[in-house]
Design a protein around this ligand. Structure first.
Ligand SMILES: Cc1cc2nc3c(=O)[nH]c(=O)nc-3n(C[C@H](O)[C@H](O)[C@H](O)COP(=O)(O)OP(=O)(O)OC[C@H]3O[C@@H](n4cnc5c(N)ncnc54)[C@H](O)[C@@H]3O)c2cc1C
Length: 324
């Protein structure tokens, strides 16, 4: 029992299904863990995605493909049936998947049904002898917990926490026949969001705004800087509660957890509930007119100033820097 199984999420688009960005990160972490335990790396994917090529590049030895209409959508029962069938086939030491909305739900559901240990939202995973160990931030990033699984485990990995690396090999593909479970829910309609912005949890750069932006009319300053940096844009809860921005953009304890390479917090005080969602960002830049604002305690770079002065200057500088 040294093999590692990874569950790779797909996204639907007008061009069909494709692997989501964290797939390469999960494969990279899975490859390293399989090597440490002396096992193989097996991936399970569902639906109509064409797995050839992509996965072998990131170190997958074998791909188990669960086909069929029932598995093409993110319905929990069907995805759990596919994952559990793959687990029965591979008997892995550990299952890795991305800590996305689906990944968190699926990992908890399947861990409960199979009695596996669950480590959720880990920022790294490795082995100590034959034991799977992982670390994850606690208390809004003030402490790191090191967790060892004392039995076969499921680990969800925070997107953007493990950089994807290439480790090319020939990946064999096998179709895994799985009976679709009786549907307890039926998907009636998918309504695409009007916003086409990059998914926050997968973005490399995020520009977020807080109450200090002053109102929805001034949000163009956030969008302008985000556009100049090629970034996604987020918001604090105060902004979402005020109805300035949709909840899908909220970062924090009751919003999304993000780990971008660069997080720019504008007019955000840095309440602990906001930090809980972004303090594992690699580089944090804060813009706030209050030099005592708590956000400066976690920021790598701080700009004390009025957002309405600073953001246009940053947008212009970013635009000319990236152009030149
Ligand atoms: C159970 C629970 C869950 C929560 N979950 C979340 C969550 O998921 N995400 C989240 O964000 N919050 C969450 N909160 C709310 C959190 O406690 C804060 O209330 C919220 O983060 C504050 O948002 P803010 O920083 O935008 O606003 P404020 O705290 O009002 O801060 C505004 C900041 O803008 C600065 N400012 C004002 N004007 C300007 C200007 N012109 N230029 C520059 N700076 C300026 C001010 O100095 C201040 O620091 C939660 C709270 C609870 C109790």
């Amino acid at each position: 029992m040294a093999d590692i199984l990874i569950y790779l999420e797909t996204a639907q688009s007008s061009d069909g299904a494709a692997l989501k960005k964290p797939a390469a990160e999960v494969a990279t972490a899975g490859r390293a863990l399989a090597d440490a335990l002396g096992g193989r790396l097996v991936a399970v994917i569902t639906g109509s995605v064409a797995p050839e090529g992509v996965l072998g590049r990131h170190g997958v030895d074998e791909v188990l493909h669960v086909e069929g209409d029932a598995f093409g959508r993110h319905l929990l029962d069907a995805q759990a049936a596919a994952l559990e069938a793959a687990m029965a086939d591979v008997e892995p030491a550990s299952v890795l998947l991305a800590a996305t909305v689906l990944g968190k739900e699926l990992s908890a559901f399947v861990a409960g049904r199979t009695g596996r240990a669950l480590i959720s939202d880990a920022t790294s995973v490795g082995a100590d002898g034959t034991q799977v160990v992982a670390s994850k931030p606690k208390y809004a990033g003030k402490a790191m917990a090191q967790i060892a699984a004392t039995r076969p485990s499921i680990v969800s990995l925070r997107p953007n926490a493990v950089p994807a690396a290439e480790n090319p090999r020939e990946a064999a593909t096998r179709t895994l026949a799985v009976e679709a479970p009786a549907a307890r829910v039926r998907l009636r309609e998918v309504v695409p969001s009007a916003e086409t912005q990059l998914e926050l949890t997968e973005a490399d750069i995020i520009v977020s705004g807080g109450r200090g932006i002053g109102g929805p009319d001034a949000w163009d300053e956030i969008l302008g800087l985000a556009s100049a940096l090629g970034a996604a844009h987020g918001a604090s809860r105060a902004v979402v509660d005020a109805g300035w921005r949709p909840h899908a953009e909220q970062v924090g304890q009751t919003g999304k957890t993000v780990s971008p390479k660069l997080y720019v917090a504008c007019g955000i005080s840095g309440a602990i509930q906001h930090l809980a969602g972004m303090s594992s960002s690699k580089v944090i830049v804060a813009v706030n007119k209050d030099p005592e604002a708590p956000i400066f305690k976690v920021a790598d770079y701080g700009i004390v100033g009025d957002v309405h002065d600073v953001l246009p200057m940053l947008s212009e500088a970013a635009g000319s820097f990236l152009a030149g």
